[in-house]
Design a protein around this ligand. Structure first.
Ligand SMILES: Nc1ncnc2c1ncn2[C@@H]1O[C@H](COP(=O)(O)OP(=O)(O)OP(=O)(O)O)[C@@H](O)[C@H]1O
Ligand SMILES: [Mg+2]
Length: 239
């Protein structure tokens, strides 16, 4: 690790602990990004930065805060996912698995659904494509579609395709959908679980309720009953 790359992260020493800074150095030395450009959002569990690579691509670096993460909530969401069985309720282990799960879910989802391409992960940090490049695309809540029917049709297909890949998003709402050129992109996949998770149907219903509620507020009606029955057909194939 060169001193030059270490220098780049010095300014964050009051924001992140030493372990996280080391993880950022490591990912940067592996050339997944060059330096952090600007904060995009400080979330409940994570800080999200825009960063640039040496080849001038823009990426999102999502950094879970080791000290202030609600890992008990994370644990309650991950323990019923059959892909992550036998996980102990220990802070760091849960956070690292949470990051791995986000990476894995993005990899699976991108086969059919528009999501950020996952690039790398290490410990509590995940790097992914920035939707919108140097100007990250807005959340659906801030960028209401010009054509509600067309957008909701695309959304339905994304949700159904996700189920057909064996996944339920489980944290879907106008906050975790980006509207990029009138196309929905799903983000924030750490909570997404296998359709074989005992809670999958309950999560799917909650996702649908959020979407239904969003469109209702905007004066547009979606056929959520039909959506649910179509998605159930996909889920049943896994049982
Ligand atoms: N790949 C991406 N491309 C563009 N913008 C993104 C991307 N990932 C995240 N963002 C922006 O950062 C915001 C927060 O990201 P995200 O939803 O993943 O984190 P969060 O809600 O803080 O997560 P958590 O609930 O796990 O703490 C998003 O709403 C979006 O505006
Ligand atoms: Mg989010």
């Amino acid at each position: 690790m060169t001193n030059v790359s270490k220098e780049k992260f010095k300014i964050y020493k009051n924001v992140f602990d030493e372990f996280t800074l080391q993880t950022l150095f490591k990912l940067s030395v592996q050339e997944h990004f060059d330096e952090l450009l600007s904060p995009v959002k400080i979330g409940k569990e994570s800080n999200i930065f825009l960063a640039e690579t040496k080849s001038e691509d823009f990426v999102i670096v999502k950094i879970y805060r080791l000290q202030s993460c609600n890992f008990n909530k994370m644990y309650s969401y991950i323990k019923s996912d059959p892909r992550f069985m036998n996980l102990k309720n220990q802070r760091r282990q849960v956070i690292f698995k949470w990051v791995q799960r986000e990476f894995r879910n993005l990899l699976t989802s991108r086969e059919k659904v528009s999501v950020p391409t996952p690039i790398a992960f290490a410990n509590n940090v995940i790097v992914m494509e920035s939707i919108g490049g140097n100007i990250p695309a807005p959340q659906l809540k801030d960028a209401v579609p010009t054509d509600m029917k067309a957008f909701s049709d695309k959304l339905f297909i994304c949700m159904k395709d996700l189920c057909s890949l064996g996944l339920v998003h489980a944290d879907l709402s106008e906050f975790n959908i980006l509207n990029y050129n009138e196309r929905p992109y799903f983000i924030d996949f750490s909570q997404s679980t296998s359709v074989k998770d005992g809670n999958a149907l309950e999560y799917l219903k909650r996702d649908l309720h959020n979407i239904d509620h969003f469109f209702q507020k905007k004066g547009f009606k979606i056929d959520s009953e039909r959506w649910l029955s179509e998605m159930k057909k996909e889920i049943i194939k896994y049982h």
